[in-house]
Design a protein around this ligand. Sequence first.
Ligand SMILES: Nc1nc2c(c(=O)[nH]1)N[C@H]1C(S)=C(S)[C@@H](COP(=O)(O)O)O[C@H]1N2
Ligand SMILES: [Mo]
Length: 309
Amino acid sequence: MARYKSDLKYSSVTPKADFMNRRQLMAGAAGLGLAAGLGMPAAAKLNATKTDYGAGLELTSYEDATTYNNFYEFGTGKGDPAKYAKALTTDPWSVEIGGLVNKPGTYALEDILKDMTLEERIYRFRCVEAWAMVVPWVGFQLSDLIAKADPQGNAKYVAFETLLRPKEMHGQSSGSFPWPYVEGLRMDEAMHPLSFMATGMYDEVLPNQNGAPLRLVVPWKYGFKSIKSIVKITLTEKEPPTTWNRINAREYGFYSNVNPEVNHPRWSQASHRIIGSGLFAKKEPTLKFNGYGEEVASLYDGMDLSKFY
Ligand SMILES: Nc1nc2c(c(=O)[nH]1)N[C@H]1C(S)=C(S)[C@@H](COP(=O)(O)O)O[C@H]1N2
Ligand SMILES: [Mo]
């Protein structure tokens, strides 16, 4: 696949996405009886719908979004994931879905994608470390995946787990980090239309350092909730453990909604630095729920968000 040219403005005028998901294409090719491994014609298109969601936001460059990363499985430096995540094998890939569902099973990623209509979502992305990006993700609603497994009525939470493969994820063999990385959402948060599963970004298949082949994106929560390279999803009745909460419960809560009114114990959350804005980085005020309050604030009606942080 051609390298993305970061000097080309992404705000291309095409109303329909040219996004091509290799796996979906391969699945389609197999269905047509074509040999897998045949070079796909460059003109092949999928109907990844480009909505106007997030239109008007200034995109972070592809270069910045793929070289300034947090993915501790590949090291704790911001440049480590881009350097080391090449080692990750993302094909074959499957996701085990279980717990309080009527259709538990191990779903091959190809089979998941066959049923999904890919869509682009341009979202603000705010890390708890007080920096932010704007990324055009490509993927599908998390609710569509959960629906596939037919959730039971008593499911209240969704737990997610990242791949554990120290041979390819060298960070997993060092230190005391509690691998594998785990995260969770309340069921109503998970079923909210903004909760997204990304398989691509900037019209391309997701680069490994950004969580290939499948990662969560929850735009109104701090970035660490958006767990990468997911292999397991479990519906539960009890609130599941989450990695950063395990490491430091005082600093990182289960909810972790972006909130300028609740500071991190060691720094302010009132504003953030925009990635890619240069040496004297541009700052901007942080918005409650990262600007998605109109859509999601009602999920937290009656909750004291300084307690449920
Ligand atoms: N498995 C896993 N998922 C993860 C992380 C991680 O270290 N491991 N880091 C999180 C954090 S802190 C952030 S800010 C985002 C970064 O996503 P990006 O590199 O695509 O911008 O991924 C999140 N998901
Ligand atoms: Mo983060």
